[in-house]
Design a protein around this ligand. Structure first.
Ligand SMILES: [Zn+2]
Ligand SMILES: [Zn+2]
Ligand SMILES: [Zn+2]
Length: 500
């Protein structure tokens, strides 16, 4: 019985409405409706018979409604197919069609087997005088770019000065440029890895089994003469204390993404979860539009009403005075640490429950008809609630205070407030470390950059956090206010007074 039918109505008004409604009309309506279909069909049949007998040219009325007729015809035509979408259920054919359209074709991932139908460019290049090519190479290209261009064709090699453009890369002062050039050769060496300290390719010794380990673990991925040379360390991005993402791992993930699984490892193999110094951390990595994105969630329990000295003890390590959570190289400038301290100040303080003050509190609560809850959710203020983006590198931070179960004592179920600092970062395309090759990597590590990285200009309204969470959850996040982590753009570093 439908909800609005008379039998379902409740209450006094409904009772009167039902009582006043003429009963007869309802009965008549029901009787008419049930009787309508057969009489109508019979009517159509007699009318058709009559028209056929008269020889009228008016087209006969179909016995079935047009929509019903279409449904029956569709069912007959698609009896062998998927009933919903009309697709074939041939699984073998489906698998073969996927095989044909496989994008990561291991036989020819770069399309070199394709016949190039473009007209040769040599006559066009010959139009420029040889001195002009030398001028371009000398004033507009780095030695690495020059070597890459010479690699394109024999004609270009001789116009740019012959094999000496490659020999120049072996000079000690061109070490960085040699690494820039080698980043373009990744595709030819699936079984080798680019070693940045040596500026060469080494053979992989753990192909496909490369595992990201803490920084204090010796974890060789290739035999390298500089493996234990502290003067030439492998470039890395600091995640937290004792954890770092080595460029080799970023390179492995991005190679696998670009050229195929044989070249590296999937990003999921970098995911980790660990505890250290009372903080728990977990990392997630994803590849989006050719960039490696990272999310680090760090949290620790925080007591209410901490004095400034205890706040520092909670946030900074005594070893190197870096924050325990993940931070980019620019964390000392701007508001990041002030935001964390502000958030800690919002944790509700427990009330005095005994003595006169306790009685006063209870009386006030009773008067305002409220119940005091020591585990109340914490509301942050306009300063510490918005997301913060570092203006000098692609890093975003969100500071939250969350109620979390304290599992240190398994006998009691206890919830405590915890500070949770989430950092999202874009670590670039993993090809190299210089700002010429991967500006995001160079910016996140504050390495010497040809031009400063402007994250607000480059990222615009697209937030890294929004992109990352959309990949993780498959859904878009509600818009979050993103403010600059360093609105004044003052760069004082360790000399600044506000970071501690
Ligand atoms: Zn090496
Ligand atoms: Zn606040
Ligand atoms: Zn930064």
């Amino acid at each position: 019985m439908p909800a609005d039918s008379p039998g379902e109505r409740r209450g006094l008004r409904a009772f009167f409405a039902n009582a006043l409604k003429p009963k007869k009309s309802r009965q008549v309506l029901r009787k008419d409706f049930s009787a309508s279909t057969p009489s109508l069909r019979a009517d159509i049949r007699t009318r058709n018979e009559f028209r056929n007998s008269c020889g009228d040219d008016v087209p006969p009325v179909p016995s079935l409604a047009p929509l019903e007729l279409h449904r029956l015809k569709y069912q007959q035509a698609n009896a062998e197919k998927d009933t919903q979408l009309g697709e074939h259920r041939d699984h073998t054919e489906m698998l073969h069609s996927i095989g044909v359209e496989e994008l990561n074709n291991p036989k020819d991932p770069f399309g070199y087997d394709e016949f190039d139908k473009r007209p040769p460019g040599e006559p066009l290049m010959a139009k420029l005088p040889p001195a002009f090519w030398q001028y371009i190479a000398e004033y507009y290209l780095t030695p690495g770019d020059c070597a890459s261009l010479a690699f394109a064709s024999k004609d270009l090699l001789f116009r740019l000065g012959g094999p000496q453009v490659w020999q120049a890369l072996d000079l000690p002062e061109n070490h960085l440029y040699k690494n820039d050039f080698l980043t373009t050769q990744d595709r030819f060496f699936p079984h080798h890895l680019h070693c940045f300290p040596c500026a060469t390719f080494h053979r992989r010794i753990k192909t496909g089994r490369e595992k990201l380990q803490p920084t204090d673990t010796l974890n060789p991925l290739y035999d390298c003469p500089n493996a234990t040379n502290s003067a030439l360390p492998t470039p890395r991005h600091r995640i937290t204390h004792g954890r770092a993402l080595f460029i080799t791992f970023a390179n492995l993930v991005m190679r696998a993404h670009r050229f195929g699984p044989a070249y590296g490892i999937p990003p999921e193999t970098l995911w980790r979860r660990w505890r250290r110094d009372g903080w728990s951390h977990n990392t997630r990595f994803h590849v989006h539009h050719g960039h490696l994105l990272m999310r680090v969630v760090s949290s620790t329990f925080a007591d209410p009403g901490l004095p400034p000295s205890s706040q520092r003890l909670l946030l900074y390590s005594r070893e190197d005075y870096w924050p325990y959570f993940s931070a980019c190289a620019h964390w000392r400038d701007g508001e990041l640490m002030n935001v964390c301290k502000c958030a800690l100040g919002h944790i509700p303080k427990p009330r005095v429950t005994d003595g006169l003050q306790g009685v006063e509190h209870r009386a006030k609560d009773l008067m305002h008809r409220r119940v005091y809850n020591p585990n109340a959710l914490t509301t942050l203020c306009g300063k510490c609630r918005p997301m913060r983006r570092c203006p000098e590198c692609p890093s975003e931070y969100l500071v939250e205070i969350k109620l979390t179960e304290d599992k240190s004592d398994p006998r009691s179920l206890r919830f405590r407030h915890a500070i949770v600092v989430t950092r999202w970062a874009d670590l670039g395309d993993g090809r190299g470390v210089s700002s010429r090759v991967s500006p995001e990597w160079a910016a996140a590590n504050a390495e010497d950059q040809d031009e400063p990285y402007d994250s607000f200009g480059l990222l615009g309204k697209r937030s890294i956090s929004g992109t990352f969470e959309a990949i993780m959850t498959g859904d878009t996040l509600p818009g979050q206010r993103v403010l600059s982590m360093n609105p004044t753009r003052k760069r004082e570093g360790e000399e600044g007074t506000s970071w501690y």
